[in-house]
Design a protein around this ligand. Structure first.
Ligand SMILES: [Zn+2]
Length: 357
C-alpha cells in the first residue's frame, strides 16, 4: 500500500491571489470560482492505494471533509464514493485526484444521505451520475440531511467559534494564541463551507442493486436492508475483493442516531455473504478483519436488550444512556472505558421501541 499526498492544487493559489485584489478586475466566471470554504493550505486529502487503482480518501486535517471516501480509477473514467461535507470538500477531491489520474470523474456514489457523506453533491454537473439509494435522494431533497444529526455536529459551529475567539483574545502565551488562531481559521473556513451547502439528492437511484461495467472493472452497488440509515449502499468490487461500506460497517462503533438498530443486524448478516478481503469504511482506516462484522452485531444486540429493559422501567433516554454498561465489549471496542453510551443512540432505540421510523 502506498500513501499519495496530492500537491496543493493551483486553483486555490489562484483564488488566494484573486481575493487580494479588491474588487477583482477580471473575476473568473462564477462556475470557475472555488466554492466558499476553500480557504485552506495544503492538500485536503491523502489517498491510500489499497489495491491497484482503488484508493481510500481521507482528510488530512487542513479542511473539514467529514467522512472518508474512495477513488476508483477505471480504464476511461473515475468513480468517487462520497461527496463529503461541503461543496469545498467535494471540489478538493476533484482537484487533488489530478495527482493520481487525468481521467474524468463520471460517477459519484453516496453510500447514504448523511451530511458528512453527501453535502458536496451540488458541484457535479448533470452529466456526472450521482448515484444513491432512493431513500438517500428523498432525505437529501426533503431536508432530511439537515435534521437532528446535522444540528448536533454542525449547528454548534458559531458558538464554538465565538468561544475560541474569546480564548484567543485572552491567551497570554504567544504559542497558545497562534495555535488557537490556527483552529479559528479552520473553523471559520468550515462554517463558510457549511453556509454554502444546499443539499442535492443523487440524480440516479437504485432500490436493491446496480452494476457498472467500466473497462475490465465490475462495480456493484448493493442494498441489503436498513441499518445505519434507511438507504445504505455498499460498493463491492468483486474482482478486487474490496467493499466500501460508508458507515454501515466501520472499524469502531458507528454513529447510531439515525439507525435502524433492530434491522442492522440482518443487513450485516447479508454483508457476510460477499467475497472481500478489504473493507474501506466511511470513518477509520481500511481493515481486513471480517470478525468486526460479528463484533458490531453482538454489540448492537446487547445494547438494544439493555436499553429495552430500562425503557420498560420508564426511564428517560438520558438516564438510560448514562446507566447502560457496555464494558463487556471493551475487548472489541477499546474506546469503551466505563458505563455510558451516547444519549442520541438510546434516544434512537427508544424512538424505535415507541414505534417510530
Ligand atoms: Zn453516517
Amino acid at each position: 500500500m502506498r500513501i499519495a499526498k496530492a500537491h496543493a492544487p493551483a486553483v486555490l493559489l489562484a483564488f488566494a491571489a484573486c481575493q487580494a485584489a479588491d474588487p477583482p478586475s477580471s473575476a473568473p466566471a462564477d462556475d470557475a470560482a472555488p466554492p466558499p470554504g476553500s480557504d485552506f493550505e495544503g492538500p485536503a486529502f491523502e489517498f491510500e492505494e489499497v489495491v491497484p487503482g482503488v484508493y481510500h480518501a481521507r482528510g488530512t486535517g487542513s479542511l473539514a471533509v467529514g467522512s472518508h471516501g474512495a477513488v476508483i480509477v477505471n480504464e476511461e473514467d473515475v468513480l468517487l464514493v462520497e461527496s463529503h461535507i461541503s461543496p469545498a470538500a467535494a471540489q478538493a477531491v476533484v482537484d487533488e485526484i489530478e495527482a493520481l489520474t487525468d481521467r474524468p470523474v463520471r460517477y459519484v456514489v453516496n453510500t447514504h444521505y448523511h451530511f458528512d457523506h453527501a453535502h458536496g453533491n451540488r458541484i457535479y454537473p448533470p452529466e456526472v451520475h450521482v448515484i444513491g439509494h432512493e431513500v438517500t435522494r428523498e432525505m437529501l431533497e426533503n431536508g432530511g440531511s439537515m435534521g437532528r444529526s446535522y444540528q448536533m455536529f454542525v449547528g454548534g459551529l458559531p458558538d464554538q467559534i465565538a468561544a475560541l475567539e474569546e480564548q484567543a483574545a485572552a491567551a497570554e502565551d504567544e504559542e497558545e494564541r497562534a495555535e488557537l488562531e490556527g483552529r479559528l481559521a479552520y473553523m471559520r473556513n468550515y462554517l463558510a463551507g457549511q453556509e454554502a451547502v444546499e443539499p442535492m439528492g443523487p440524480n440516479t437511484t437504485l432500490s436493491e442493486r446496480m452494476t457498472l461495467f467500466r473497462g475490465d472493472r465490475e462495480i456493484r452497488l448493493l442494498f441489503f436492508g436498513r441499518g445505519h440509515t434507511g438507504g445504505d449502499v455498499v460498493v463491492h468490487l468483486p474482482g478486487e475483493r474490496v467493499i466500501v461500506t460508508g458507515d454501515l460497517l466501520v472499524p469502531g462503533l458507528p454513529y447510531m442516531g439515525d439507525g435502524f438498530l433492530d434491522e442492522w443486524d440482518d443487513t450485516l448478516e447479508h454483508l457476510k455473504s460477499l467475497d472481500f478481503d478489504w473493507v474501506l469504511p466511511g470513518h477509520g482506516n481500511p481493515f481486513q478483519d471480517r470478525e468486526r462484522i460479528t463484533y458490531l452485531q453482538e454489540y448492537m444486540r446487547d445494547l438494544q436488550a439493555r436499553a429495552a429493559e430500562l425503557h420498560a422501567e420508564g426511564m428517560t433516554y438520558e438516564e438510560a444512556a448514562a446507566r447502560i454498561d457496555m464494558t463487556d465489549h471493551a475487548d472489541n471496542y477499546p474506546q469503551i472505558t466505563g458505563p455510558g453510551v451516547p444519549a442520541v443512540t438510546v434516544q434512537r432505540i427508544f424512538e424505535l421501541l415507541d414505534g417510530g421510523s
